[in-house]
Design a protein around this ligand. Sequence first.
Ligand code: ATP
Ligand code: RIB
Length: 333
Amino acid sequence: MKSIRILVISSANIDFVQHTHRIPYAGETIVEDELGYAYYPGGKGGNSAVAFARFGADTVFACKLGRDSNAKRLAAIYKKEGINTHHATVDAEAGTGMAAIMTEDNGMNRIIVYPGANRKITAGDVEEAFTCYPDAVFLQMEIPDEAVFAAASLAEKKKIPLFIDAAPARMDFPLERLGKVEIFSPNEIETKIYTGISPSTEEECLRAAIRLSSKVDARYIVLKLGSRGAFIYDGNEYFIIPAEKVRAIDTTGAGDVFTAVMTYVYLQNGNIVTAVKYASCAAALSVTKEGAYPSIPTREEVFEYIRSRRKVREDRGQEDFYNEEEEEQVEQW
Ligand code: ATP
Ligand code: RIB
């Protein structure tokens, strides 16, 4: 069966990850020689592109790298993952994007991004990338607004479904300019920034989703709620998909994996609830390992996980959360 071609227009970073038992207070120095640090490939776009590729999508990644050794490392990794980098270009003046990430014992993270070359993606680069004839376009907000709006307007003009992982968020971002979107998906903090509503309860999730719907012309709003799961709103009804119960080691990149897998499964079968269930499993697997890139699961790992969960539920006499017939279809893609 022909694989779906996804054009990811987004950011590529190297992540400098440092672990700490607790975040230092302002002015405080902490010595953490026991937990160590690492450099991993990252960037919201890079993580999602790898998640798409590992799930079986024909992935084209349009990004901007610097002229440095980090760019070479990222390009080699994309190649290894089978990602098409024809539209991953280099800016000779800028450094490759870098993220400083602190992860705490509880699996939470704090991220500061130096965008570097990501800031240099232009509307012209975006137009060029559309020559790959994508079946769908996937965006995140870690690139210039100009590039986001160029991609959104080209997708609408060419009638290509557009998927937006709304991270990171800014209060003054003009959501109204995005045009037609298939799925718009922010996390909790992004939802708060875009709407002023903190999605802590079911009622607040609904209020926030309705407010987002009044700004974005999206078929579905999907709020990512961390260990609480995800909230789907279709303009009429809402559905809550609880998160899988796993031991979180590091949640970095969970949102990137979630939105990529949700997009791919939705494109395959058009069912938003199924798509979010698969996304939840993929994201849950990703939080059980350290780092963004090393924790991105393959399609086989996600299916294996679902099978093992089914066995547990069967043994307990509980109803199956995942439909076996549906799973067989998904496995054939
Ligand atoms: P990121 O850490 O990449 O910025 P995010 O903040 O964009 O992630 P989250 O809402 O934290 O996104 O997580 C996305 C999805 O991952 C959730 O909707 C949920 O399905 C899954 N997830 C996140 N944290 C956990 C957890 N502790 N246990 C199980 N699943 C989780
Ligand atoms: O979503 C996680 C990602 O955000 C990290 O990999 C980091 O590079 C930042 O872009």
